[in-house]
Design a protein around this ligand. Sequence first.
Ligand code: NAD
Length: 378
Amino acid sequence: QRIGVPRETFPGEKRVATVPDVVEKLIKLGFTVAVESGAGDAANFSDDAYRAAGAEVVAGAAQLWSTSDIVLKVRPPSEDEVGLMRGGGTLIDFIWPAQNPQLMEQLAARKATVLAIDCLPRTLSRAQKMDALTSTAGVSGYRAVIEAANAFGRYFNGQITAAGKVPPAKVFIAGAGVAGLAAIGTAANLGAIVRANDTRAEVADQVKSLGGEFVKVDYEEEGSGGGGYAKVMSEGFQAAQRQMYATQAKDADIIITTALIPGKPAPRLITAEMVQSMKPGSVIVDMAAEQGGNCELTVPGEAVVRHGVTIIGYTDLASRLAKQSSTLYATNLLRLMEELCKAKDGVAVVNMEDDAIRGLTVIKDGSVTWPAPPLKAP
Ligand code: NAD
């Protein structure tokens, strides 16, 4: 079968779904690989590098889509792209079916088979190597700290110099999931004093192991909502949490917020009042901007200054580190292709008896198979 990788068309998207090193490995699995000319340019992978790895470089999306049995992509396809897709073809991509019902209908009408990388059952340990949500969140958490450092007017690490003593920056991280933990590690490595909070108390040890201090909300409530994810907390908890965050906001130089609750708008954790209480020149990076924002004053996609505080609401943090995130994503997809092609004969088999593959498969030969039934208990 032929695997095709188009150039991403979403405005500003710099990532690409495969990289030259991975092309070689896909070919070893027995596939042929085609890449649209220019697909890797923004991530610093040239057409020549793909050619050297054994890919055919084709000009134009129409040719790429119509000749590919399996298309690998990053962003969900546009309506135009779905129109270019070969009838009965396979698409492996972020899809977010709950948010994109129309796209699901269009893909089903093409009699497509669609594997949504965002639907991977992440709690299966076998699936971790394919977990692109985790690799993307890790890159984004790192980049959030870099964006904060770029907007911040001082060092992160404390220094004693001939010109005087410099105190370390204080960083507060709200939400210590995958992105939050990456941000904690990065900020601690830069020498900042890092504190973090999460409603799931079980992450406290991970926070500490990365060099952060876990700050608890003074209110007893279990924060896990199942599957390792958070739930909406009670009013009482939220009030206690606001009080604690207000204290942290006054003290922090930098706040990075990452808090999300599956299927719900992002929890509002940083109020306008808290922003106002921060020191001038402080920075907030709101990684939940696309889901409604953890901070009341965030403008999604933009960096704004409010009350002397820079509030960064970029929604493309992973794309801002395009070479790294493309490489990790391409490797996640390679691991998936290995699962789909155990015979190494260049033919992908979607085995619906396999829990990981079943979870990913949101459309099979034109029939919607999402949502997958819950995983059987191990
Ligand atoms: P996420 O992006 O949905 O949420 C980010 C973090 O925000 C979570 O840690 C959540 O608890 C926290 N949060 C939500 N509401 C909050 C609030 N009001 N205040 C403070 N914090 C709040 O989550 P994620 O990073 O994708 O994953 C979270 C967890 O999922 C992981 O830590 C892990 O336990 C689990 N997970 C498991 C696997 C696996 O088993 N292979 C893989 C990935 C993730």
